[in-house]
Design a binder for this molecule. Structure first.
Ligand code: ADP
Length: 928
């Protein structure tokens, strides 16, 4: 948490004082320890300042003084070398002589009598030399001034090393060691702990983020360095029981060091120099294996192969330095600048370490790792910061992407809602025309509107499906369905299109398939429509076949397989893998005239997977493709389907009978709340035959006003409304104890039915929900469920239709004008004058837009769009009863269709003026 900037003054002052005191204490500690006198007396009082003058005793008994040399010359490996000197006078009991063995076995004699021996021959697992150790020999007062003989033997180049001794109490000797090597050891322990923490951290991060972190490799590298240094530490003999094994581990750790560093740096550099790194790793592995084989076969000890070992480190350093320099040149280094800084520190430390090795020749063991350890710690620290930064950036990007995709999904959902609302109105209105109209021409036009609007709706649904799939919101709606109906409808849907391209269309299904199944009919059809549409789209001659087969897996379960076989353009082998990617369209150039979004197959595959099914493809380029779509389905009615056409007719009849049932409920009162006037008109129009008392509200506020005074039987409430939406309105209504509609059935109306919609609406207190487009049967079925039984009389629609017709005839009181036959228009509006008035309003608004469009399209000679507009004008003019103008529009439409440009150009002005006057008349009627 950030500090609070508005804290009271006293607390602010306390904070500053606290900070000041903390710094003062640290400073006092550091300066005091550095500059105040040394008060310790353990070391000074116990250790004896002794500079022994060693002599070498040769095998023939002759004595050779050693002088200042640290190693005697001309010594064979494994030869015992004897050193002698005199102990100082006045030795007190409890004094020790500490002899640093350097890979040597040591035997000590005082005045010729054996006193102590150090040799790990019996306790070591492998190796020929005893590891370096401080050998402690106890002395007492009687040893003062006596002769001390030290026999040393080693099978290494260290044979002949003159004993390095220290005299004092055991405590004194160790205090002296701590003084000398304490800081270096502390650094080694820090490295060890830090690397272990990083390794554990990487494990945790991997578990949490489900991805590997390369920091892990660097942490292992530093860990091996720490093991190498710490296992060679001066204090190892105090901690570990078996030092021999430890000293071997030192070498193994050293051999392992290059590999993790190389892997890490290769990753950092995005494998730009992977060949170089592969060589480096290969060399290290070869050396490591070779060196170990030599050691375990006792051919050459680790100590002897140390130069090889060092060479792997040098090679690694060279590769890393070279590749980093190249990256600096190519400016790639910016991506891992922190790590590169760490690497620079390591190189610098390495150079200093080497220099110190030669400059402080006598203090080599003291200097080991003094520069390297902090540099390694620094590198690891930098790498941790880089990882943290990467995680932070990735998280921020993820959040941004998430927000963006949320915004995008929201936008798409909103857009589809906005677009679907008017389309639904069109479909709803059109459904009314189809149901109530008797004019054949009009029926044809209405059917065209129906198919176009449904296609448009399909396109929008595709986009919405895609967003739903992307966000995991798509859910199946399963119900029983008739297989014959499903198949036949698919074929009907595609047949016209196939015919237009002169393609043959076949449906092949064995007659033993079950009649009725259980599954998501709509989604199965969606997949099939997509595959069949593609087959027709991408086939220029030949045929498209839908072949169905079934495999019974249980008595009530079948695997349905639909094969869509075409003789089309086919798909190249290497493109098949890309086929199901979203927005992927193959051979764009070649297929540019074929419309599509590249979303279809992606959605189809997701839908198939959602249904526990699969889609596979086989294709021969240039010859054709076979898409195979398989899904498991439950069997509801196992009777064999028999002849498909016959089965389809039976089902149709059954469903028709079901649909023809309707009801009357003149006593029921229903309130419809929707901000969209057209929706209100449509719902009222669709329910008019039920004689329900309908009232409407155009906002949540109006709904609350109306419901406060009157009890309704059902309220239909739109979800998405400006200001107060459906949910808020319902909640306010339920909270108002004085509202008589607290227990009224409220049904939500929505265009966005997604997975969990039902639960969502129920949780908000709705009793049910209905999805738009609202068709008559859907609305009636929805209301019938909740209307009190005593209000409802089930009727047959055909009778009802007749009554309407009679009423229409007697109601024809309006005198038709020359241009507009108002009565005809009202008849088209289900005899609703109100609905007619509304349609006139829409006609005017739309008409004025058409006028502008007409002018533009003529100027641009865009006859295709011109045709679309005059086609729409033709239908809508007929709808308001402007029959004559509708015919003129038809002439224009035909001319546009046939490309008779001259005719259009000649007649356009008159046509436009006629339309203008028609609109003026309509506007006149409206204002009356
Ligand atoms: P589109 O909307 O472009 O048809 P799809 O996802 O349905 O999108 O198909 C993706 C691509 O796969 C198409 O653009 C087309 O190149 C190729 N494709 C799909 N079906 C067939 C087929 N039956 N024959 C040849 N190519 C096909």
């Amino acid at each position: 948490m950030l500090t609070n900037k508005n804290a009271p003054t006293f607390i602010k002052i306390t904070k500053i004082a606290f900070r000041f005191i903390t710094y003062a204490i640290i400073l006092l500690f550091l300066l005091g320890q550095m500059f105040l006198p040394d008060e310790r007396d353990i070391y000074s009082s116990n250790n004896i300042d002794w500079q022994p003058a060693w002599v070498q005793i040769l095998p023939d008994g002759s004595r050779v003084p050693i002088g200042d040399t640290t190693k005697v010359e001309r010594v064979k490996s494994g030869e015992t070398i004897r050193f002698e000197t005199n102990l100082p006078e006045h030795i007190t009991t409890g004094t020790c002589i500490g002899i640093q063995s350097t890979w040597q076995d040591i035997t000590v004699y005082i005045d010729g009598a054996y006193r102590y021996s150090y040799n790990t021959k019996d306790s070591r697992l492998f190796g020929t030399n005893s590891p370096t150790r401080l050998v402690m020999v106890n002395l007492d007062a009687s040893d003062s001034g006596k002769r001390i003989t030290v026999d040393t033997v080693s099978h290494s180049t260290y044979n002949g090393t003159v004993p390095d001794t220290i005299l004092g109490s055991q405590t004194g000797i160790w205090v002296e060691r701590v003084n000398r090597y304490g800081a270096a050891t502390l650094l080694e322990i820090c490295m060890l702990l830090f690397s272990i923490i990083c390794i554990v951290l990487c494990g945790v991060l991997r578990f949490y983020f489900k991805e590997k972190f390369v920091l892990n490799y660097l942490a292992w590298g530093v860990f091996f360095c720490a093991v190498w240094l710490f296992s060679g530490s001066e204090f190892r003999q105090l901690i570990f029981p078996n030092v021999s094994l430890l000293s071997n581990l030192t070498f193994i750790a050293l051999l392992s060091i290059p590999i993790p560093f190389l892997i890490y740096m290769n990753e950092m550099q995005n494998s730009r120099y992977s060949t170089l790194y592969t060589c480096g790793m290969g060399y290290t592995i070869v050396v490591a294996v070779g060196v170990n084989v030599l050691q375990f076969t006792d051919t050459r000890s680790y100590l002897e192969t140390l130069p090889l070992n060092h060479s792997t480190i040098l090679v690694a350093i060279a590769i890393i330095t070279f590749s980093t320099l190249m990256d600096i040149k190519k400016r790639h280094v910016r991506k891992y600048l922190l790590v590169a800084t760490g690497i620079a520190a390591i190189i610098l430390a390495g150079i200093m370490e080497m220099f110190s090795y030669y400059i402080f020749e006598d203090k080599r063991s003291l200097m080991l790792g003094v520069f390297l350890s902090p540099a390694l710690l620094f590198l690891l620290f930098m790498a941790v910061i880089k990882t943290a930064k990467d995680i932070f950036v990735a998280e921020r990007e993820k959040q941004k992407a998430l927000l963006a995709s949320k915004a995008q999904a929201q936008f798409l959902a909103n857009m589809s809602h906005e677009i679907r609302t008017p389309i639904n109105t069109i479909i709803g209105m059109n459904e009314m025309i189809l149901r109530e109209n008797t004019n054949e021409n009009t029926t044809e036009y209405a059917q065209n509107i129906q198919s176009s609007s449904k296609m448009l709706l399909g396109l929008i649904n595709d986009v919405l499906d895609f967003t739903k799939i992307e966000s995991g919101q798509l859910e199946l709606v399963e119900d029983s369905y008739y297989l014959a109906k499903l198949l036949q409808e698919e074929i009907n849907l595609l047949e016209t299109r196939a015919k237009k391209k002169n393609l043959k269309m076949y449906l092949q299904a064995p007659d033993n398939l079950p009649t009725q199944l259980y599954g998501d009919e709509l989604r199965i059809k969606q997949v099939l429509t997509n595959l069949l549409t593609n087959a027709v789209k991408y086939t220029h001659e030949g045929s498209v076949t839908l072949q169905v087969s079934g495999t019974w897996v249980e008595t009530d379960k079948i695997i349905l397989t639909f094969e869509i076989i075409d003789t089309g353009i086919g798909i190249k082998k290497d493109s098949i893998s890309k086929l199901f990617d979203s927005f992927s369209r193959l051979e764009q150039k070649k297929n540019r005239t074929i419309e599509g979004t590249g979303l279809g197959l992606n959605i189809a595959r997701h839908l198939a997977e959602l249904m526990d099914g699969t889609i596979t493809v086989e294709s021969v380029y240039g010859k054709g493709s076979t898409f195979r779509f398989s899904i498991p389905q439950k069997i509801i009615f196992n009777e064999p389907i028999g002849d498909l056409a016959e089965a389809y007719q039976n089902v149709r009849q059954k469903l028709l009978n079901r649909k023809q049932k309707s009801f009357l409920a003149p006593k029921a009162s229903v309130l419809v709340v929707d901000d969209n006037q057209m929706n209100l008109v449509v719902i009222k129009g669709l329910l008019s035959r039920t004689e329900i008392q309908m009232e409407t509200a155009t906002s949540g506020k109006e709904c609350l006003q109306l419901t406060a005074n009157k009890k309704y039987d059902i309220i239909l409430m739109d979800h998405m409304m400006p200001q107060m939406d459906g949910i808020e309105t319902l909640q306010r209504l339920k909270q108002d104890d004085t509202n008589p509609n607290q227990n009224t059935t409220v049904i939500a109306l929505t265009t966005n039915a997604i997975a969990g919609s039902r639960e969502m609406y129920l949780s908000y207190g709705f009793d049910d929900y209905l999805t738009k487009p609202l068709e008559a049967w859907k609305l009636e079925r929805g209301l019938l469920k909740y209307l009190p039984d005593e209000y409802v009389t089930i009727i047959n629609i055909e009778n009802e239709g007749e009554t309407n017709m009679n009423e229409t005839n007697t109601n024809q009181t309006e005198r038709p004008t020359d241009v507009i036959d108002r009565a005809l228009g009202i008849q088209y509006c289900g005899n609703s004058e109100k609905l007619y008035e509304r349609i006139l309003g829409t006609y005017c608004r739309q008409g004025r837009e058409y006028q502008t469009q007409l002018k533009t399209f003529v100027a641009e000679k865009d006859w295709e769009n011109y045709r679309v507009v005059v086609h729409a004008m033709k239908s809508s003019s007929l709808n308001i009863g402007a029959e004559a103008f509708s015919k003129t529009s038809l002439e224009q439409e035909m001319a546009a269709k046939e490309g008779r440009e001259d005719f259009i150009l000649e007649s356009f002005d008159t046509f436009y003026d006629n339309f203008d006057s028609l609109l003026a008349i309509v506007e006149g009627q409206l204002s009356n």
